[in-house]
Design a protein around this ligand. Structure first.
Ligand code: NAD
Ligand code: GLY
Length: 350
């Protein structure tokens, strides 16, 4: 099993690739948290691999809808009932939802204990499990309550992906394409040449490594998103507005990001940093994974206002992340109302 390391001012930790064969050894108690779907599939597989003085389990409900304080509360109660202490560790077994919730619970339990990420979706393996962003949703929006709390280790085992529905797999590929477009032109070309699938394990592992290396480089330079890390939100400003307008849950997050990338590419073409043929190539690559690439805006005015809900908005200016050709990125916050509306107009027809 090989690994790469994330080093931030607060912590250095490994991301291990490959089968979870060696025992996961802990000196203190361990609380394994999963959801009803992943727990049923993989708890029996995971538990014999853990060596600890005591192992307890907490199962939360499945879905974004349960990324709430109530789920955090359930985890904390289990931790207190089993007398976890500051030497204990929480393990997140699941997709990005479980990982974000458990990271948050571990970050606030007794002012912060270790947690380990064992991501089971492609999206969580390439993105969500790495970099220490944790949190929950509330009525005001997604991921608005949370903290940076880096895991003690991350274990990427493609074995888990064999049961992942095709739509969830494609949503993870959208995040891989996002990283290639923003940071790595040769990786984009590689993705263009290789079609990823669960059957072709070698190319899947290469893609996992490629995407994770990009995320590692970015997080090591800018742990708390003071600058560069915001580039990982390429496609997300429009993506979040799409999720809001279409009703949360209608599209998977990766699907909304796919359409969001196509929308922001239209702005980038207007700005002159992306050519039409580059935008078409990105769109074609997304389509080759059956990802949606055209969203029909229902209410242009409301959609425009949703763009401001983005965490990158400052002083009432939306900071757009634009591909600067393929493989580079730039931030731009000077588009006029008319320029943005003009692009939105292109997405109002079917
Ligand atoms: P998810 O966690 O909801 O998982 C998707 C579905 O797949 C769920 O129903 C889950 O139970 C199921 N599932 C998980 N693993 C499976 C497996 N191996 N086999 C079969 N089914 C499986 O969604 P996700 O796409 O993994 O993550 C989305 C979440 O991640 C969002 O809440 C988003 O905000 C968050 N996120 C966080 C970061 C970060 O940096 N922290 C980055 C990107 C996304
Ligand atoms: N997924 C965006 C980030 O980790 O910053």
């Amino acid at each position: 099993m090989d690994s790469i390391h994330i080093t931030t001012p607060h912590r250095s930790y490994p991301i291990h690739f490959g089968a979870l064969t060696p025992k996961l050894q802990f000196k203190g108690k361990v609380l394994v948290v999963s959801n009803s779907c992943v727990g049923a599939l993989y708890l029996d597989f995971l538990l014999p691999k853990i060596s600890a003085p005591e192992i307890c389990i907490c199962i939360i409900e499945d879905g974004e809808h349960y990324k709430t304080f109530e789920s955090v509360q359930r985890i904390l109660e289990t931790a207190f009932l089993h007398r976890l202490d500051r030497k204990s560790t929480m393990i997140a077994l699941g997709g990005g939802v479980v990982g974000d919730i458990v990271g948050f619970a571990a970050g606030i339990f007794m002012r912060g204990i270790d947690f380990v990420q064992i991501p089971t979706t492609l999206l969580a393996q390439v993105d969500a499990s790495i970099g220490g962003k944790t949190g929950i949703n509330n009525v005001f929006g997604k991921n608005l309550v949370g903290l940076f709390h880096q895991p003690a280790s991350v274990h990427i085992d493609p074995f888990f992906l064999r049961t992942l529905p095709a739509r969830e797999f494609a949503a993870g590929v959208a995040e891989i394409i996002k990283m290639a477009v923003t940071f790595d032109a040769p990786f984009f070309e590689w993705l263009w040449e290789h079609h990823l699938s669960l059957e072709t394990q070698d190319s899947l592992l290469t893609a996992l490594r490629g995407a994770i290396s990009i995320k590692q480089r970015v997080v090591c330079q800018d742990e708390k998103e003071q600058g560069l890390r915001a580039a990982l939100n390429y496609g997300h400003t429009f993506g979040h507005a799409i999720e809001k307008e279409s009703g949360y849950g209608h599209y998977l997050h990766g699907e909304a990001v796919s359409m969001g990338m196509v929308m922001v590419n239209a702005l980038a073409c207007k700005h002159g940093c992306l050519t039409t043929s580059e935008a078409e190539r990105i769109c074609t690559l997304l389509q080759s994974y059956n990802l949606p690439t055209h969203y029909k805006i229902l209410n242009k005015q409301q959609f425009y206002h949703s763009l401001f809900l983005d965490k990158k908005t400052a002083n009432n200016k939306i900071k757009f992340i634009l591909p600067d050709s393929i493989g580079n990125v730039l931030f731009y916050d000077k588009f006029t109302y008319e320029e943005i509306m003009n692009v939105l107009e292109q997405f109002c027809d079917s």
